[in-house]
Design a protein around this ligand. Structure first.
Ligand SMILES: *[C@@H]1O[C@H](CO)[C@@H](O)[C@H](O)[C@H]1NC(C)=O
Ligand SMILES: *[C@@H]1O[C@H](CO)[C@@H](O)[C@H](O)[C@H]1NC(C)=O
Ligand SMILES: *[C@@H]1O[C@H](CO)[C@@H](O)[C@H](O)[C@H]1NC(C)=O
Ligand SMILES: *[C@@H]1O[C@H](CO)[C@@H](O)[C@H](O)[C@H]1NC(C)=O
Length: 395
């Protein structure tokens, strides 16, 4: 009798620990995934892990950021040690009370002075004329208006409906004077006259479109972000923070502002978002993210921040823009701007867990400190907005 009870107990003990182990591994795995591609994925257990693995964007991100050497089995079994390694390296940095913020430290390769004083050759003049511009977004009655957060959304000419969804959801933050927020869209150009005509009409109606005369393609994204830095430097450099984001992102503006007010003053010359360390170029030439040795010769990318959304502090934007002028272009926008160019101007990377990808069909209120969500179509954007109770931003 006692023996069977013991057996039962032992079986229970093992089953409990087996699932506990699975649960633990999946948590660690996901944390590692986050380290790799900079988005937090909240999961409850192993079922969710399977879902995460099914999500194309998860795999896509692994493919893109970790290169051909990725081995999922290995990743899963070794993620524990790798994650703690990730943490150890960061422990020098500051941590706020919630533990959601980390200063990953500055990339002290070269100082700004060397960029400017050595008068390096300008390799990217970035002299594309404006096809559409809004020079007075950050002004009122001919004077500089106080702006806390300048949001520039990278958008494509033909994605009118996505822009409209932003204008009607999180973009309505511009109507709440206490948020001191502005939102504009940055576009390149297409060769389709119908869309070009439409976008001019749209601009006349909303006055929130900036369009530069370069061809709008995925491989030209670094040009587009440079356009953002240039535009801010020229027309809105009194705004305290610049948020660069994409048109498929949901941004919780009040949460972001609160976070910046709490933590911003602790750091100087920083970029805040999801920090990615130790990512490698994808060397298999059939991939969308294939990077040849000619394009990028090192085997590891410098520490950078996921391009889906990042905040740049006012004291850094102009330096960063100057750095792009003298730094050969690399088409992965986030690696180029927040990695390569940021290193030249001694920028700090601040890791914030609120910059995340969150799974579809999850009510947004489940996510504490939620700031951004990725891959949000226009309908989902409206759904999230509804769940947040519109401009009340009630969770
Ligand atoms: C992946 O890693 C596991 C565990 O380290 C190993 O057994 C397996 O052979 C690896 N697979 C490949 C394709 O390298
Ligand atoms: C636009 O450019 C693409 C290639 O870049 C070309 O295939 C297409 O025919 C062009 N369309 C027009 C209307 O010129
Ligand atoms: C990027 O834009 C420039 C300027 O319009 C253009 O000449 C170039 O072909 C574009 N590059 C790609 C890869 O689309
Ligand atoms: C891809 O790489 C293989 C071998 O390295 C080579 O034979 C092939 O021509 C390459 N394909 C392209 C499209 O560059």
């Amino acid at each position: 009798m006692a023996r069977s009870k013991l057996l039962l107990f032992l079986t229970g003990f093992c089953v409990f620990h087996f699932f506990g182990y699975l649960y633990y591994t999946s948590q660690e795995y996901v944390r590692h995934l986050q380290a790799l591609h900079g988005k937090t994925i909240y999961i409850q257990g192993t079922d969710d892990l399977r879902e995460v693995l099914k999500e194309d964007s998860g795999l896509e991100a692994i493919a893109r950021h970790s290169g051909s050497s990725v081995n999922l089995t290995k990743l899963l079994t070794h993620s524990g040690s790798k994650s703690s390694n990730f943490r150890e390296k960061d422990s020098k940095g500051e941590k706020n009370s919630n533990g959601i913020l980390r200063n990953v430290g500055s990339s002290r390769t070269r100082k700004l002075s060397s960029v400017i004083e050595s008068q390096q050759e300008v390799v990217n003049p970035h002299d594309f004329p404006y096809l559409i511009n809004e020079e007075y977004v950050c002004q009122k009655d001919g004077k500089k208006e106080e702006v806390f957060l300048m949001v520039v959304v990278l958008s494509s000419v033909h994605r009118y409906r996505q822009r409209q969804a932003i204008r009607q959801t999180w973009g309505t933050a511009i109507n709440q004077p206490e948020l001191k927020t502005k939102v504009v869209f940055m576009l390149g150009r297409t060769n389709e006259s119908f869309h070009e005509y439409q976008v001019r009409k749209e601009s006349e109606q909303h006055h929130d479109i900036i369009q530069e005369d370069f061809i709008d393609t995925y491989r030209n994204l670094s040009i587009k972000t440079t356009a953002v830095l240039k535009w801010y430097t020229t027309y809105c450099n009194h705004a305290k923070y610049l948020l660069k984001t994409d048109e498929d992102m949901f941004v919780h503006i009040p949460n972001l502002i609160k976070s910046l007010k709490d933590s911003g003053p602790k750091f100087h010359k920083f970029i805040m978002g999801s920090v990615i360390k130790g990512a490698m170029p994808y060397r298999q030439n059939f991939s969308k993210w294939y990077v040849s040795k000619e394009e990028y010769s090192d085997s590891v990318y410098p520490t950078y921040i996921s391009g889906t959304a990042y905040v740049i502090s006012q004291d850094l934007v102009s330096d960063l823009y100057q750095a792009t002028l003298v730094t050969p272009m690399f088409w992965l926008e986030d690696v180029y701007i927040t990695g390569i160019c940021a290193a030249k101007v001694d920028a700090s990377h601040v890791h914030h867990l609120g910059f995340q990808y969150f799974r579809r069909n999850e009510p947004p209120c489940n996510f504490a400190n939620f700031i951004t969500g990725h891959r949000i179509g226009q309908q989902e954007m409206r759904r999230i907005w509804k769940a947040l109770d519109g401009p009340r931003w009630s969770c």
